[in-house]
Every structure is written in C-alpha cells, then in structure tokens.
Design a protein around this ligand. Structure first.
Ligand code: ADP
Ligand code: MG
Length: 463
C-alpha cells in the first residue's frame, strides 16, 4: 500500500509518535491491572500513524488477539486526544508467518517474476523493496509521491519518472516498489528491471551475436521499463542511441518508463541531447539525504523487520551519529544487533557507543589511496580508471588533483608513491597538483567546500 504520513506535530517524527504513545500508555495504565498493562501494552510498540490509523506491533499472536478484541477501544480512547479524534487501531505481528493469502500472492508474484526473468534472463525484483517498507520524510516525500502515483496509474500519470540522488538514498528501493506493486495488482504485467549496465551488456551481446532484432523484440514486449543507474549508458554513443530508440518506442506505446540515476538529467552529459530532454519531459524528482527523524524511523523499521525492538534513545543515538547514507545506517544497526545477540548483551546505549565507535574505526582503517580516489570520483562523477589515465578533461583532471591532494594530506604519502598510484606519474606532477589544489582552496569557494566535505567524510570513516 502506498503510504501517507500524517501530520504529527513534528513532521515524520518517530519521536513524536513515541511521545504520543507514551502518553497513551500513561492513560491506559490507570485503567487496567499491572500485569495486563505489562503483557499487552508495554510490550507493544507503535509502528506508524498514517491517515487515521495507528499501527502497533506486538510479538505474539495471543497479544495481537487480545489487543484487537478487547483493548482497541481503550487504546483509541487514550490516544484520541493526542493523535486523531477518530482513531483506528491496527495491530500487526512483528514476525508473523505469512498467512495463506500472502503466500498465494507471493507465489503468484514469483510466477510473474519468472516470466519477466524469462524475458530477459535478468535481475528479478527484490521482495523487500515495497512502499510499505519505505519511510517517508521531507527528504524523499516528492520522489515517493511520484513513484506511488506511477505505481497506481502506470503509463498515465508521469512518464517517464526520473528519480535521482546520491548512493544509498533509496532509488532502487522506490523503483522496485513500483515494480512490486504493479505486479501485485496485475501479475501479468511485464515488468523489466534493467540497470543501465545490463542494458549495455544486452546491447553489446546482441551486436556481437547479430541478434539485434531479437533484442529489439524483447524490449518491445515490455510493459513497465525500470532502468536503474542509467548513468552507465551515458557517453557510450551506440548504446545511447539504441537506448533512445527503445525509449521512444515504449513511450509511444504508452508503456511506463522509470529511470534512476545518481545525477540529474542535465548532469549526465549525454551525447544525445534528445535523450536528456526526454528524461526531463515527465516528472523529475530528487532524493536528498534523510533528516534525523527519518533516519531514526528507517532504523526503527529495519530493526522491527528483524523482530528486534530497539530502545528509543539508542535509535536516536545511531541516527544522530550515522548521518551519511541509509546503507551506512543499516550497517551500524546490523552490527549492533549482531553484537547484542552474540554476546547476549542487552541493547544499551553503552553497547551502541562501543559498537558504532568500532564500526567507524574499521571504516577509517580502510582509508587508502584507493578509497580516497573512489570517494573523490563518486563525488565528481568520474570514472576512477580515467583518473589513473592521462586524460586531461576538466573534471578528470580536477578529480585526479583533488585525490592526490587528499592522499598526501590524509595519508602523508610521498609524492613518488602517489605518482605510482596514478599510473606512474612523476613527482613534479603530483607536487603541482598538490600546490594547485592548495591555492584553489583559498580562491575558489566550491573547491574549498568539496575538499572540506571529502576530508570530513574520509576522516570520520563515513565513506
Ligand atoms: P540507492 O539505489 O539510491 O543507492 P537503495 O535503494 O539501494 O539506494 O537503498 C539502500 C538501502 O537503504 C536499502 O536497503 C533500502 O531499503 C534502504 N533505504 C533507503 N531509503 C529508505 C527509506 N526511506 N526507507 C526505508 N529504507 C530505505
Ligand atoms: Mg541503487
């Protein structure tokens, strides 16, 4: 189900939800016996408040039944003043075994996916990427709304839908949610999830095996075309051209196209400017890094999906120290849960501090000329191989010089060592690069910001 988040005073705030639930509990505790309170209420956790429905998680079927049958009105009564005057209460089992209906649906989807797979021998959709698992916040609200509109009315609302944003911000998650939801409603729909790299691979293979007609026929039969990481086709002349024709053909047939990229259409620097204007002709939505409350909510949801309830203060702690992308957030969480279960230690703030400290230290220990170069390249959107080459295009040169500068500053490598690292350049080249960036930091605000951001990220191990 597409998910709307309603106005809690503080937008999207798990904190607000927890606060409201805390107040509700206070009210309830005055009306039931202590054991009842502990067993059924204290053990339940608020999951979300969407529209007029408060969703609570319990761990046992027994508790779920009791809450539903006996206590829903009581919960509604005590939360009404805080959340919504006509509260509906929904209770979910956190680790519910799939019921028959879900099982049947899943089987159906698997068949549908199998068909899609047959179509392309390519990547099946991942079950876990659904709209209901996606936490909405200010940073992603627009992209989420676009994606969910497309999933409801494929081919007619926004076509194409172009989503872009940095690594780990949920592009693939949203894109696959669209595919999963469409298959749910219409298992016969031919959904093809094709990363840019895969498209390139299909195309190159088709050329080599002179099976271009077959290639085109396959693509022509797609109903929903999900193109992830489209940046991989950029600057490959023939691939871009074929992509453009595929796009035109499907678009004219009214088939839904969704494209994800790590950068905006104009920043793809496509050789074919028509393709850029096609990308911009539908809805273009970007994803920004999630703000604190959204990060906490994402963690909450991930933990609950594992059947673990993480105390509020630890969630907030994790969300505040891990402020880069969602994947890093998940990494820290997984590590914390693993520790806690391995050591059979309770999840305390102290444990969280230790584990997260170690998590960052491990990452910082990974700091090497390669990781530095990679971060610089990611940031400036250039290919690391080109940075090591002799190419002197503006962006490549800049990336090379910034990487050299940072390697010298952060790792204290010698000029000669750094030269080696970049395909055997001499030490004068490295020295020049270092000087140039040092000067640019003084004279050019953008460069200053770039270098400062990169070194903060690299130093803290949050890359
Ligand atoms: P991208 O494709 O933008 O690099 P992904 O879609 O692969 O990022 O997301 C990385 C991880 O973070 C995935 O496990 C995804 O489920 C999770 N994630 C990202 N954003 C959210 C969100 N808003 N809610 C829940 N999970 C999220
Ligand atoms: Mg992705």
């Amino acid at each position: 189900m597409p998910q709307r988040q309603l106005d809690l005073e503080i937008e999207d705030s798990t904190a607000a939800l927890h606060k409201a639930w805390g107040k509700t509990l206070e009210g309830i505790s005055t009306e039931v016996s202590k054991p009842t309170f502990e067993t059924f209420f204290r053990a339940s956790k608020p999951l979300s408040f969407e529209s007029d429905t408060l969703t609570l998680a319990t761990k046992t079927e027994f508790a779920k039944e009791w809450l539903e049958k006996r206590y829903a009105p009581l919960i509604a009564k005590h939360s009404a003043g805080i959340l919504h005057p006509e509260m509906k209460i929904r209770i979910v089992l956190v680790k519910a075994a799939p019921d028959d209906q879900t099982r049947a649906k899943r089987a159906k989807r698997r068949v549908a996916r199998g068909r899609t797979r047959g179509l392309f021998d390519s990547i099946p959709l991942n079950d876990k990427f659904t709209f209901s698992n996606f936490v909405v916040g200010t940073s992603n609200r627009f992209a989420h709304a676009g994606a969910s509109a497309v999933a409801q009315n494929p081919g007619s609302s926004y076509n194409p839908l172009f989503i872009y944003g940095g690594v780990g911000l949920g592009k693939t998650h949203l894109m696959q949610s669209i595919g999963n939801q469409i298959l749910e409603t219409d298992p016969d729909s031919k959904v093809a999830y094709v990363p840019g790299e895969t498209f390139t691979h299909h195309y190159v293979t088709a050329i080599r095996e002179t099976s271009i007609d077959e290639f085109r026929n396959k693509y022509r039969s797609i109903d929903i075309w999900l193109v992830d990481d489209v940046q991989f086709i950029a600057n490959k002349e023939k691939t871009e051209e074929e992509f453009f024709h595929t796009f035109e053909m499907l678009h004219q047939l009214g088939k839904q196209i969704v494209v994800c990229s790590d950068r905006a259409p104009k920043d793809l620097h496509l050789l074919d400017s028509r393709l850029q204007s096609r990308f911009e002709s539908g809805l273009v939505a970007d994803l920004k890094p999630p703000e604190l409350e959204t990060r906490a909510a994402i963690l909450q949801r991930k933990a609950l999906a594992e059947g673990v309830v993480i105390p509020e203060e630890i969630l907030m702690y994790l969300a505040s120290v891990v402020d880069s992308h969602v994947r890093a957030l998940e990494g820290a969480l997984v590590k914390l849960m693993a520790y806690s279960s391995l050591l059979s230690a309770p999840l305390t703030l102290k444990l969280a501090t230790e584990v997260v400290g170690e998590y960052f230290a491990e990452k910082a220990a990974d700091l090497s000329p390669q990781t530095i170069t990679k971060s610089v390249c990611d940031r400036l959107k250039v290919d690391p191989a080109q940075v090591r080459s002799r190419k002197r295009q503006r962006n490549i040169l800049l990336a090379r010089q910034v990487a050299m500068y940072l390697i010298r500053e952060l790792l204290g490598r010698s000029l000669a060592e750094i030269g080696e690292e970049f395909g055997g350049k001499d030490h004068a080249t490295v020295s020049h690069a270092h000087r140039r960036i040092k000067e640019l930091i003084k004279s050019d605000k953008e460069i200053k910001k770039l270098v400062r951001d990169l070194s903060t990220i690299l130093r803290s191990g949050k890359f």
